[in-house]
Design a binder for this molecule. Structure first.
Ligand SMILES: Nc1ncnc2c1ncn2[C@@H]1O[C@H](COP(=O)(O)OP(=O)(O)O)[C@@H](O)[C@H]1O
Ligand SMILES: Cc1ncc(COP(=O)(O)O)c(C=O)c1O
Length: 293
């Protein structure tokens, strides 16, 4: 069985600029989703083609947010791409607005069957489902997870995908290696080709991400645990992971790069006013992403 350091999912060639369809929401304030994916992937020399799943005034941790669901416009939006010969090398989805958007993503997979499929199954964290996520949307997201070439759940999202109970133990505390490997293997058995299980804590001052593929061994990447949480770190982690994959790095190298970048961005974020609310600040670190090339 191969080592995760040998699993290269995208071969970057010369000056070619890969195109990534980024299927996420757009938030006016509070850095997350497309506001993270566009700059991070662009810094890795990708042409990011946004497919906005919703327009938000701010991320949903702020009170009084406004949301516009874009589901109705997406079929025409994507058909127009077909008319102008757009080609896509990777489809990267995250926060979705409605279960029908999962069918729309499957349509993108059909149109671009050669594209790498990256599913960040944004639904929940620390045992709680996000406020806009209905049970139908969670089920649709769980189904989509089976089609992923790379799936990046946290523990709560993994439990939802596997149909296992979300309990206190799903808050990210004290999952040992054997349990983490059981969860990752169960997600692979459900259909995902590679899994990165994120954000495992054991109260030892470290935060761990576990990587495995159908044909590759279990790999652990860990970082210092910082004693605060920020919105958008999940999006930064997944965007940085894909940035490294599209730069031709192995999945294990990409998971290590993403953990390091997210950790460093959290430290920069803590120096900004109102940092706990406004979301992760990574702008000063984009040079590290360009350094992947
Ligand atoms: N407190 C933290 N200290 C250090 N790294 C963190 C911390 N929180 C998140 N990260 C990094 O960011 C990744 C994504 O975490 P998180 O934002 O919790 O994802 P999600 O929102 O998808 O649950 C983690 O797996 C870890 O690598
Ligand atoms: C509108 C919106 N998009 C995306 C996210 C995902 O953020 P994170 O990267 O913290 O999972 C959130 C979380 O609050 C959100 O409210």
């Amino acid at each position: 069985m191969a080592n995760a350091t040998e699993t290269v999912l995208y071969k970057r060639e010369g000056d070619y600029i890969p195109r990534v369809a980024a299927v996420h929401d757009l938030c006016g304030y509070g850095k997350c989703s497309l506001g993270v994916a566009i700059p991070v992937l662009s810094a890795a020399g990708c042409d990011v083609c946004p497919v906005p799943t919703g327009l938000f005034s701010s991320h949903t941790a702020f009170p009084g947010w406004y949301m516009h669901d874009t589901t109705a416009i997406l079929p025409d939006y994507l058909n127009a791409w077909k008319g102008i010969g757009v080609d896509i090398d990777a489809v990267y989805s995250g926060f979705l607005g409605a279960p029908e958007q999962v069918d729309i993503i499957r349509g993108i997979y059909e149109t671009y069957p050669h594209a790498l499929r990256v599913v960040d199954p944004v639904m929940a964290d620390h045992g709680k489902v996000y406020p806009t996520y209905t049970p139908e949307l969670c089920q649709a997201m769980a189904d989509l997870a089976a089609d992923a070439d790379i799936l990046t759940p946290n523990l709560t999202e993994a439990a939802i995908i596997l149909g296992e109970p979300i309990g206190d133990e799903w808050g990210g505390v004290d999952i040992d290696d054997a349990e983490a490997e059981r969860i990752v293997r169960a997600l692979l058995d459900k259909g995902a080709k590679n899994v990165v299980l994120k954000g495992i804590q054991r109260g030892d001052g470290m935060i761990r991400n576990f990587v495995a593929g159908r044909d590759c061994e279990f790999f652990e990447a860990k970082n210092e645990y910082l004693p605060y949480m920020l919105h958008g770190t999940g999006d930064l982690y997944a965007s940085a992971l894909l940035a490294a994959v599209m730069a031709g790095r192995s999945l294990a190298e990409a998971a290590t790069f993403a953990g390091d970048l997210t950790h460093d961005a959290m430290i920069v974020s803590a120096k900004q006013p109102d940092f706990k609310n406004r979301g992760v600040s990574f702008e000063l670190l984009l040079g590290k992403v360009t350094g992947l090339l």
